[in-house]
Design a protein around this ligand. Structure first.
Ligand code: HEC
Length: 156
């Protein structure tokens, strides 16, 4: 009994020290984890695309999500810029581990972001919707390839 408590104390103390030193490293280097790059960074930027295109049907009627103000369109441009920035972040070696398919998928984010940016220039809501769909396909493709315990994956 005494032994097992002693053992637990040792394990807990080790975990505490490990936990602290890990935190310190993150604070000094300020390198976000991959999960943080995904969510909130990439996820939030992508949601601007998805929330700025298409229609929502409710009992009250149909709402067109296409931006109606300059601010609304500008938000999409900002999101496209952020997605482009994060594509480059994902291609850093610490995330890509030099995997060619990873880098290709990361670059595909830029193609979708560029398409969204052009749709803003053209004020083309339907095209923005297509850009959002293209963006989503890149997320799914990479998750299917590189996210082994993806909760959305289909069991084989
Ligand atoms: C280059 C590959 C790649 C691309 C492209 C990619 N993801 Fe991910 N994503 C991953 C991997 C790998 C994980 C698992 C990360 C982990 O949990 O350590 C992940 C996890 C996530 C998560 C869960 C994060 C968490 O809390 O664990 C979200 C949300 C997410 N991605 C959103 C997106 C969205 C939105 C897009 C598209 C706009 C996208 N991802 C594109 C590789 C990618």
């Amino acid at each position: 009994m005494v032994l097992s408590i002693g053992f637990c104390g040792l394990v807990c103390a080790t975990l505490l020290v490990y936990g602290c030193s890990q935190k310190a490293t993150i604070e000094i280097e300020e390198v976000p984890t991959l999960a943080h790059v995904m969510d909130p960074l990439l996820n939030d930027a992508s949601e601007v695309f998805w929330d700025s295109a298409g229609f929502i049907d409710t009992y009250e009627g149909t709402t067109d999500l296409t931006p109606t103000t300059e601010e609304g369109w500008q938000k999409v441009i900002d999101a496209a810029d952020e997605i482009t920035r994060l594509s480059a972040v994902l291609q850093e070696e610490r995330y890509s581990l030099n995997r060619p398919a990873w880098n290709e998928l990361s670059k595909s984010l830029v193609a979708a972001a560029d398409r969204g940016r052009q749709s803003v220039v053209d004020r083309d809501g339907a095209e923005l919707f297509e850009a959002g769909a293209q963006l989503y396909q890149v997320c799914v493709a990479c998750h299917q390839t590189f996210w082994s315990n993806n909760r959305f994956a289909i069991d084989e």
